[in-house]
Design a protein around this ligand. Structure first.
Ligand SMILES: C[S@@+](CC[C@H](N)C(=O)[O-])C[C@H]1O[C@@H](n2cnc3c(N)ncnc32)[C@H](O)[C@@H]1O
Length: 211
């Protein structure tokens, strides 16, 4: 079975037209991502993350899997001048591109770049974080949940992207899909989190740390 459209294509197009990128640089980054077929969160989810970060008055954000910095740019805009976004990314070329965008945005002081395995690099930060966003290889999601649990403050929000996994959660049984399903179940069964699943783009689990 081929991948499913999570949102009806006409509704998706309407949302894309309505929920645009916030700044010219974000628009440029979004266009680059789409042109390269690089899996970024996109404007719909970017606006949701910005909304959450502002509503929470988040100042400390940890990202697992930052790519070339598109999602981190939304967070960096939201955390304000005293905030910090810790970025982690396995590929040096993506980090170089991210550094260039943050330099141009004048926001270098709001981000820290880490090249290497996201979970290993994140271990070096004690936290606590207001928001932790996980967008790494899906088979590592259960490990990411264990790490995030130790570093997220009570009242903070843990976010996992691709939790509908292009619809494969309904049909597939490979390691990535199993890990997405396992992480979803673990979050919903966990009484330290209040979790909801938002079917925007490829689906995000939003888990509020309640104790
Ligand atoms: C979906 S993309 C991230 C996009 C980014 N969050 C955004 O929306 O702009 C996933 C990125 O995570 C990186 N990645 C995947 N698994 C990783 C790991 N275990 N450690 C570090 N980086 C990883 C990939 O190189 C890729 O750039």
């Amino acid at each position: 079975m081929s991948d499913l459209e999570i949102t009806h294509p006409q509704i998706y197009a309407y949302l894309e037209k309505t929920l645009t990128e916030e700044t010219p640089l974000l628009r440029e980054m979004g266009a680059y991502g789409r042109a390269q077929n690089f899996p970024i969160i996109g404007a719909q989810v970017g606006r949701l993350f910005y909304f959450l970060a502002r509503a929470l008055k988040a100042s400390q954000v940890l990202e697992l899997g930052s790519g070339f910095g598109y999602s981190a740019m939304w967070f960096a805009l939201a955390v304000g001048a005293d905030g910090k976004v810790i970025m982690t990314e396995g590929k040096q070329a993506n980090v170089d591109r991210a550094r260039d965008y943050f330099t141009r945005a004048g926001l270098l002081d709001r981000v820290e770049f880490n090249v290497g395995d996201a979970l290993t690099r994140a271990e070096t930060y004690p936290g606590p974080f207001d928001i932790i966003f996980c967008d790494i290889d899906k088979h590592s999601y259960p490990q990411a949940l264990a790490l995030a649990r130790a570093k997220l403050r009570v009242g903070g929000i843990l976010i996992f992207d691709n939790m509908l996994w292009h619809g494969r959660i309904l049909t597939e049984n490979d390691a990535d899909t199993r890990a997405v399903l396992e992480t979803t179940r673990a979050l919903f069964d966990d009484n330290e989190f209040f979790t909801t699943l938002v079917p925007l783009h490829d689906g995000q689990a939003l888990a509020l740390r309640v104790k």
